[in-house]
Design a protein around this ligand. Structure first.
Ligand code: GLC
Length: 547
């Protein structure tokens, strides 16, 4: 079995990574072209977000055929070549399995619409009058989670876009179809899988209105969720593979169960609580500065809770759904380099498997778009409409999108500082980020003090110091606002990490007396100042000591 604890995963959003044929859209050959870059970084796996045939309403998370390649990304032969070339370099591919829903363009859904009972049972259809959806549940992309089909006189459930119909996992035939998808890709040599919003697949037997919320409490970590995951893993022999489940609004207890090795479920889980500390009242569309105390508490709860329960975390700041971390929790202006490095250090030395989202290792920033026409994401476009219709000032809506839109992470990967960032020779499907063209691979590869070089070092350290993958974790400095500090321990060795998440200087008293420890890394590339009163951290300084 592959020990996923000392691995690092690099996430590629192919649409925005590298366009090999000049049509403005990234493709699989583009990924193959850049494999040496990923190998040089030191990542073990590439998580490829969906490249399957899709109408692209939700950029490929609306899958119309799980066992083929969308012509926009290339051919099956390109995919096989990518697999071969990656393997030659010791890099594995992790494919993204979107099993909660299919696109309404999927053959199964089309047959359901055509009246085939067998395929109607693949989805969640409910009878009802056209003016009354079966429940008041809300779609995660805004509006009702139900859509009426006049021809059938039935409603179908879609927790996401109206073109993403939820599958009926209570139907054994659906579960068999999903296993066959995994077997198909295993047959091509794929050994690692990510499961999209997998904790939403188990719906309750009866559907009722939610008087307290949007319906999520009825289907999140739903009634038969562990059973479904265990069956899928057992019947496809995935127990020895590297697997990660994306868990929406989940709980620590469930994540421990999803990842305890004896349960035969998943290697690790993505959870999102730490990425909601800048949501006001839990609402993504209301801005507030990050609550750093809450951030620290959440890391402590999840890190120590998962360790106690014998579970395993996926560690991440960024993905294709999140704004860029340096713009979010760092400072993408004055302290761009220092804060990007501090954030990386803080995350990578915790207990779990780190994920790096394309461009994060370069310190890529948010998009800073200023016109609604620049946005592409269905969620951003929907919420622009919803928020302006609710009476919110257009300028304020644009400011919210600038901070929150998923397009912040979907701008083209910055390979160099030419106008299209070396992503395409054509017109990119989405504009390049309007901030910091200096955050690019060509410049950073030559610079030993670049953010890229720092990420490379962090990955190497994981491979040379077992304490990073295997040590326990204990949090320090709990009452120091703006500081996240922790200590890892293994076989008498100790690794201490102290990070300043603010633009102020901070003295951390806890550290005094540890003079014999050796500096491993510092986001300023020099030792921090150690005084009798403690360790003095400059703005966004993060450092790690080993003893
Ligand atoms: C996950 C994906 C996101 C997608 C959603 C629906 O959250 O990461 O991009 O929109 O699932 O599939």
């Amino acid at each position: 079995m592959d020990d996923f604890r000392n691995k690092v995963v690099y996430q590629i959003y192919p649409k925005s990574f590298r366009d090999s044929n000049g049509d403005g859209v990234g493709d699989l050959r583009g990924v193959t072209e850049k494999l040496d870059y990923i190998r040089a970084l030191g990542a073990d796996y590439i998580w490829l977000t969906p490249f399957f045939p899709s109408p692209q309403r939700d950029n490929g998370y609306d899958v119309a055929d799980y066992c083929a390649v969308d012509p926009m990304f290339g051919t099956m032969a390109d995919m096989e070549e990518l697999l071969r070339e990656a393997e030659k370099r010791g890099v594995g591919l992790m494919l993204d399995m979107v099993f909660n829903h299919t696109s309404t363009a999927h053959r199964w859904f089309r047959l359901a619409l055509a009246g085939e009972k067998r395929y109607q049972d693949y989805y969640i259809f409910r009878d009802g009058p056209p003016d009354a959806p079966p429940t008041n549940w809300q779609s995660k992309f805004g509006g009702s989670a139900w859509e009426y089909v006049p021809g059938l006189g039935k409603w179908y459930l879609h927790l996401f876009d109206v073109t993403q119909a939820d599958l009926n996992w209570e139907n054994p035939a659906v579960r068999e179809e999903m296993k066959n998808v995994i077997r198909f890709w295993q047959g091509k040599g794929v050994r690692a899988f990510r499961f999209d919003v997998v904790n939403l697949i188990s719906k309750p037997d009866t559907f009722e209105n939610d008087m307290e919320g949007d319906g999520r409490r009825f289907y999140t970590d739903g009634p038969r969720i562990h059973e479904h995951i265990r069956e899928l893993v057992r019947d496809t022999g995935l127990a020895g593979a590297v697997t990660v489940g994306e868990m929406s609004s989940t709980s620590l207890d469930h994540c421990v169960r999803y990842t305890q090795p004896q349960n035969g479920e998943l290697s690790m889980t993505f959870s999102f609580h730490h990425l909601k500390v800048d949501y006001r009242n839990g609402d993504k569309w209301q801005l507030q500065p990050p609550d750093l105390t809450r951030l620290r508490e959440l890391f402590e709860t999840w890190q120590t809770g998962m360790a106690r329960g014998g579970g395993w975390n996926a560690l991440f700041w960024c993905n294709h759904d999140q704004p860029r971390v340096v713009s979010r929790f760092g400072d993408d202006g004055r302290y761009w380099k220092e804060s990007a490095k501090m954030l990386a250090l803080c995350l990578h030395l915790m207990r779990g498997t780190p994920y790096i989202y394309q461009g994060e290792e370069l310190g890529m920033t948010n998009a800073y778009f200023d016109r609604i026409e620049q946005y592409r994401d269905v969620e951003s476009v929907n919420y622009f409409r919803i928020l302006t219709a609710s009476g919110m000032d257009r300028r304020q809506v644009m400011e919210i999108l600038r901070a929150r839109s998923r397009d912040n992470s979907r701008t083209p990967m910055q390979w160099n500082d030419t106008p299209n960032a070396g992503f395409t020779s054509g017109t990119p499907w989405i504009g390049v980020s309007q901030r910091n063209p200096g955050a690019n691979a060509e410049a950073e590869e030559k610079d030993a003090s670049s953010i890229l070089s720092f990420y490379r070092r962090l990955i190497r350290l994981r491979k040379t110091h077992p304490i990073i993958a295997r040590g326990d974790i204990r949090f320090l400095c709990q009452d120091q606002p703006g500081v996240i500090a922790y200590r890892r321990a293994l076989d008498g060795a100790e690794l201490t990490v102290i990070c300043n998440f603010t633009a102020e200087e901070i003295t951390v008293p806890d550290f005094s007396g540890r003079g014999e420890a050796a500096l491993l890394l510092d986001s300023y590339e020099r030792p921090p100042l150690i005084q009798a009163s403690g360790i003095r951290l400059t703005p966004f300084e993060g450092c790690a000591f080993l003893q």
